[in-house]
Design a protein around this ligand. Structure first.
Ligand code: CA
Length: 230
């Protein structure tokens, strides 16, 4: 299992298009989940933050534009990469003219190759660490292909869970995550793990990263969670 496979949430109520997007993005190496409803999308994103959202403009219950607006109001999803899908009507002019908060948009119908290129471009621009084999923040380097971590030139030995935790923090430096968000991101939302387990693994990660190299990079935010500061 590749723990750094980027996670894309597709919010699209047209089943045929959703299936096609799922198939093609999966082929590109992304982990894809589908959602057909704006309200549900907001809940799902709260539970587990995707690396990118493909968001249809016209959705039942809450429109894509409203979903986008609400995502931008929440601190956890303020910088979440969003690509809007719009129909070739006046709406495509509106989405272009309005400050929707989306990072890019694509007009239906479109070629899957074009969408894939847009996804790659948005991820490269907004989540530069995601596609790389090596991620560096401060004096910490995570080498994903070799499954190796170094701090200040010293090899750090981590268990698989601590490795995934650190990798997740490295992708979102400075951002505070609740224990629930870390559980969902690192262990998965379909696994039952006690919330205290997060503290145990944070403790192990801290001890592994400690040394003469520098201060403890993991910040405990009282009653909120943890963040990586480098
Ligand atoms: Ca639609």
């Amino acid at each position: 299992m590749n723990s750094v496979q980027p996670f894309i949430l597709v919010v699209e109520d047209e089943e045929a298009l959703a299936t096609l997007l799922h198939y093609n993005l999966d082929k590109e190496g992304y982990r894809v989940e589908l959602c057909a409803d704006g309200e549900e999308a907001l809940i799902r994103i709260d539970e587990k933050l995707p690396d990118l959202v493909i968001l249809d403009w016209m959705l039942p219950s809450v429109s894509g534009i409203e979903v986008c607006r609400r995502l931008r109001q929440r601190s956890v999803s303020r910088n979440l990469p969003i690509i809007m899908l719009t129909a070739r009507t006046e709406e495509s002019d509106r989405v272009r003219g309005l400050d929707t908060g989306a990072d890019d948009y694509i007009v239906k119908p479109f070629l899957m190759s074009e969408l894939a290129a847009r996804v790659r471009a948005v991820l490269r621009r907004l989540r530069p660490g995601l596609a790389e084999d090596q991620v560096r923040q401060g004096d910490i380097v995570v080498d994903r292909s070799a499954h190796r971590v170094r701090r200040g030139g010293r090899d750090i030995h981590l268990g698989p869970t601590e490795f995934r935790l650190l990798d997740y923090f490295m992708q979102h430096p400075g951002r505070v995550f609740s224990r629930e968000q870390l559980l969902n991101a690192v262990w998965g939302s379909d696994v039952y793990v006690e919330i205290r387990t997060v503290d145990v693994h944070i403790g192990r990660l801290r001890r592994a990263l400690a040394g003469q190299e520098g201060p403890d990079p993991i910040r405990t935010v009282r009653s909120a969670g943890y963040a990586l500061d480098l």
